[in-house]
Design a protein around this ligand. Structure first.
Ligand code: DX5
Ligand code: ZN
Length: 221
């Protein structure tokens, strides 16, 4: 199934609830929440109180992308905010296996994100137990960047590995995803597309619908 996960980082925060409703009504299945700590990535975005507030205004899948150092310190706290999927960066975890166990013990789906330069081999031993892999298609930290083309090679390789292992894995891509490259991204093997500026710049409902139309077209093939 093809899924759109709008990243609210690019939303108008004065109209956040309204804009989330617009993406939901136009068919987006997830909400992508980018938590940044100013250490793992340069920016500081938002944390638990914001997530708790947003949780009250949407029933969509809460897709929490933790761009924070040593995320094991906060798994239980983010689980309490109503996260459905918690994704941590392999690069930010000294004890990745332990953090994944924490996420699953909290009853949440576990994802691992890889920066562009991190090889897929970082996942070799944990892949079978994951719910999702997030292949970053930009260097994390900022919205509105351009997709790095070699990252799609990684998506292709990961899809092939999953097929070989018989895993029906969700592969998420994040960074520089637009309606104009969505087809190529899906053809590479991704099925969960994060859209920040592509969803929230301009007409949110129309932007979302453009993605959903592409998804319908691709699913009909
Ligand atoms: C970047 C974040 C993204 C960001 C994507 O570090 O993880 O989720 O919001 O923004 P766009 O889609 O504008 O590249
Ligand atoms: Zn993200």
């Amino acid at each position: 199934m093809l899924i759109l996960s709008p990243s609210i980082l690019a939303a108008d925060f004065t109209r956040l609830g309204e804009q989330i409703q617009e993406t939901t009504q136009a068919g987006a299945q997830y909400i992508h929440l980018d938590v940044m700590d100013g250490m793992f990535v340069p920016q500081i975005s938002f944390g638990m109180p914001v997530l708790e507030t947003i949780r009250k205004c949407t029933d969509r899948v809460f897709d929490v992308h933790l761009m924070i150092e040593d995320p094991g310190r906060y798994i239980e706290a983010f689980a309490k905010t109503g996260a459905d999927i918690i994704t941590v960066h392999a690069e930010a975890c000294t004890h990745l296996d332990r953090v994944l166990q924490q996420i699953q013990a909290a009853g949440k789906k576990a994802g691992v994100a890889l920066n562009p330069a991190t090889p897929l081999s970082a996942l070799d031993y944990v892949l079978d137990g994951l719910d999702m892999v997030l292949i970053m298609t930009v260097n994390p930290g900022f919205g509105g960047q351009k997709l790095i083309p070699y990252c799609l090679e990684k998506v292709k390789e990961l899809r092939a590995i999953c097929e070989k292992r018989g895993l029906d894995m969700d592969i998420q891509v994040d960074g520089g995803i637009k309606a104009s490259n969505a087809k190529e991204v899906i053809q590479s093997g991704a099925n969960v597309l994060v859209g920040g500026s592509a969803v929230f710049s301009g007409d949110v409902a129309a932007n979302t619908k453009e993605f959903m139309d592409i998804f319908r077209e691709m699913e009909a093939l």
